[in-house]
Ligand binder design. Structure first.
Ligand SMILES: Nc1ncnc2c1ncn2[C@@H]1O[C@H](COP(=O)(O)OP(=O)(O)OP(=O)(O)O)[C@@H](O)[C@H]1O
Length: 264
């Protein structure tokens, strides 16, 4: 299996619905790969089966050549793959610092018992985690918000907190599920800047997004899903000029926009 985050021949069925029919995708280190397609085309299912939330009935997933197929979500995180969700899954009363630090726990080595009894090893690890979280918040411009409850943040900041959580887990690949949905244009610009910076650090990014401007700005390559198949794949310009894509996806964007409550 080759380097990068590779999903090959992914198959998922829900009862009679074949949500993925042999999807291949490669996310390279240092690049943003876009994943677009109509509602129901299989984007979230692909995310879910790469990250262990759905068990594929066929296909293999690997990270830098190591097979992670069928691993549970926390194991996938420990293998270097982080993700965000369409709706951020953060407890409203949690502080930004705690929310970001929690992204690390899947990758720590100290045992619960060690932590409970305050072993020097566990305490040292705790300190290192906190330092990593602080550094990541600093990079993403969140440090001044460390004590603010996440429930009080704007959606744009909440999405950055989710990105920070992925990064502190030591992810080498991050998967962002419609991160620009519902953001103002200023928030989208900031998010785009941060995603570009993440890729510049050498991480691979898989970006599901209906915001075509963002896809065009950020992605080195784009795959278009349609009813569980890859309809076409290439540079943003190639894909967005493709007649089948225009017919099957771009023509439907108005409907998606309405469903998402409008774009800025
Ligand atoms: N848990 C589930 N149970 C049954 N069917 C499902 C389930 N999850 C997804 N599906 C079906 O699988 C297909 C792919 O759905 P999926 O959510 O992956 O599409 P999507 O491209 O992410 O759509 P959206 O843009 O709306 O998020 C759809 O037909 C959907 O109804």
């Amino acid at each position: 299996m080759s380097g990068g985050l590779v999903a090959k021949g992914m198959e998922v069925s829900f009862g009679g619905v074949r949500a993925l029919r042999g999807v291949d995708i490669v996310v390279s280190p240092g690049a943003v790969m876009g994943l677009i397609g109509r509602n129901g085309s299989g984007k979230s299912t692909l995310f879910n089966c790469i990250t262990g939330f759905v068990r594929p009935s066929g296909g293999r997933v690997s990270v830098d050549g190591k097979d992670i197929t069928g691993m549970r979500p926390h194991q996938v995180v420990a293998k270097g793959v982080g993700r965000t969700f369409q709706t951020p899954r953060l407890e409203a009363r949690t502080s930004v610092l705690t929310a970001v630090t929690c992204g690390l726990y899947a990758s720590v080595r100290s045992s619960l018992v060690g932590a409970l009894f305050g072993s020097p090893w566990a305490m040292r690890e705790e300190r290192l985690l906190r330092e990593r979280a602080e550094a990541e918040m600093e990079r993403l411009g969140l440090a001044h918000l460390r004590h603010v409850e996440v429930g009080k943040l704007s959606l744009g900041l909440l999405r950055l907190v989710e990105v920070a959580r992925c990064l502190v887990s030591g992810a080498r690949f991050i998967m962002l599920d419609e991160p620009a949905a519902g953001l103002t244009s200023v928030e989208k610009d900031r998010l785009a800047t941060e995603v570009r910076a993440v890729a510049a650090r050498g991480l691979g990014v898989l970006l599901v997004e209906h915001n075509i401007d963002m896809v065009r700005q950020l992605c080195r390559s784009v795959a278009v899903l349609e009813t569980g198949n890859v309809l076409c794949q290439g540079t943003p310009d190639e894909v967005l000029r493709n007649d089948d894509v225009i017919r099957s996806y771009l023509g439907a964007l108005g409907d998606i926009e309405d469903a998402a409550g409008g774009w800025q």
